[in-house]
Write a protein that binds this ligand. Sequence first.
Ligand SMILES: Nc1ncnc2c1ncn2[C@@H]1O[C@H](COP(=O)(O)OP(=O)(O)OP(=O)(O)O)[C@@H](O)[C@H]1O
Ligand SMILES: [Mg+2]
Length: 274
Amino acid sequence: MSGAEEPVNVSGDVSGFGRHVMGEGVDLSHGPILYMDDITVSFDGFRALNKLTLTVEAGELRCVIGPNGAGKTTMMDVITGKTRPDEGTAFFGQTIDLTRLTEPQIAHQGIGRKFQKPTVFENHSVFENLELAMKTDKTVWASVRAKLSREQLDRIADTLQLIKLNGEADRQAGLLSHGQKQWLEIGMLLMQEPRLLLLDEPVAGMTDEETERTAELFKSLAGERSVVVVEHDMEFIESIANIVTVLHEGSVLAEGTMDVVQNDERVIEVYLGR
Ligand SMILES: Nc1ncnc2c1ncn2[C@@H]1O[C@H](COP(=O)(O)OP(=O)(O)OP(=O)(O)O)[C@@H](O)[C@H]1O
Ligand SMILES: [Mg+2]
């Protein structure tokens, strides 16, 4: 396989790729999709997460905000198994103990993660990127298109529509704008049908118009999938938020509707400013 087929910009891992249908084992019969309680993560004695407790309901679109270093990315690292907590409980659904699984196992259980920088296969078309994301064996490129079932083609078409790239299906991914690459990567995650999607600063570097379209996309995902979005762009957060969690020094400082957190004195103090 030539280097051209490696994902450019592997800022994170690609272990979530290549799953067929994820999240079949997650038990949502009662209770939340994500349950974290008293999670502590220390780096050389420094507590990046300090007794963090957070619950996300199935179908929810949860926004997480907070100053630099608050622990937002570390929280995602714990959920995806990249970082093991020193203490605390983290469950996906009722029965899946996230602190006992590896990163690939967690991805396979139905948690998809998007890192800040787009990780797409630049030398392949938009269509092929989505097709690849659906494959179990991503090393096989030859004549794959011929083998796609009607149902798979429909899924790709639906995803293209959702990520607003239906006009760009045959375009080389490397030629897309930054925002379009971000959408494509979200589309690639969606092809694996995750139950929970974690998005770290998805609109960073996007134009205002791309940011607005991303807000529409996220709102259309809620309900069917659970989504946790970390962002610093407050205008964007306002446009999508239902419940907002504010992290500060590794713990939840405030949680509630946008209105509630925006008027919280402590949140204004440490993050939003006056
Ligand atoms: N692997 C690591 N080793 C040591 N310290 C770390 C490590 N990962 C994170 N930290 C520290 O933990 C704290 C929380 O970092 P984290 O990246 O989770 O913050 P964040 O809320 O995502 O910030 P930002 O908004 O800047 O992305 C920071 O002080 C960071 O320096
Ligand atoms: Mg971060």
